[in-house]
Write a protein that binds this ligand. Structure first.
Ligand code: 3NM
Length: 214
């Protein structure tokens, strides 16, 4: 599968986002249609050290079973040590160029909140952009103001063709707005971590929007 296809339904999650076993949640999400996974162990109640590492390995194993890329949030050293498929970093993290060098041809995703950040990420060697917040979210404490799907539309108008996923407050009722703005897919935490049994509805929403755009 190419990267654009892998980004259709991107599940981002850490143990702090789950109401039951993260391994069970991921397994159910993958069988419901998730196409890429990011391990994001961050914020209140998150694991550290050995328990974090053990969980990361278990989740990587589940992704391998479903042949879905396993991405690590922020921690480049951990990603290299584990043989993860890639890393996702924010604007505040280590310089993008330096991370690109360390990763070689592994997947590098960057968070971008406006056209300027998208352009810089593109020039520094990003493989895809996570753009948000699309809508109001309570999952991330230090979230920027809502940008809305319009920011993806602006990026496309400015000629940015890099694969893009919208993130922030996305659920099956608003997924079409993100896709219609020119996104290749959506990245979600709570819509799946709290309701893994509803993953298929979200996946169907993405598919329907892609079919309509042809
Ligand atoms: N990044 P939910 S919003 C991790 O805007 C993250 O860059 C964001 O969680 C950004 O799907 C966000 O539960 C949280 O709203 C997404």
């Amino acid at each position: 599968m190419n990267l654009r296809d892998s980004l259709k339904l991107y599940f981002v999650m850490g143990s702090q986002n789950c109401e039951r076993s993260p391994v069970d949640v991921l397994e159910e999400a993958l069988s419901g249609g998730v196409t890429m996974f990011q391990f994001r162990e961050k914020g209140n109640r998150c694991l550290e050290g050995k328990p974090m590492m053990e969980l990361a390995l278990e989740l990587q194993h589940v992704c391998q079973k479903y042949r879905v890329p396993f991405i690590i949030n922020d921690d480049v050293e951990l990603a290299l040590k584990m043989g993860a498929d890639g890393v996702h970093i924010g604007q505040e993290d280590e310089s993008i160029g330096a991370v690109r060098k360390k990763l070689g041809d592994k997947i590098l995703g960057i968070s971008a909140h406006n056209v300027r950040e998208a352009q810089l990420a593109l020039e520094s060697g990003a493989d895809y952009l996570g753009v948000g917040p699309m809508f109001q979210t309570t999952t991330k404490n230090d979230c920027r103001p809502v940008q809305g799907p319009k920011v993806i539309e602006s990026m496309r108008k400015m000629g940015i063709r890099l694969p893009v996923v919208g993130i922030g407050g996305i659920h099956s009722g608003n997924v079409h707005k993100v896709m219609e703005a020119g996104s290749d897919g959506v990245a979600v935490i709570s819509a799946i971590s709290k309701h893994p049994e509803r993953t298929h509805t979200l996946f169907q929403g993405v598919q329907d929007s892609l079919l309509k755009s042809f």
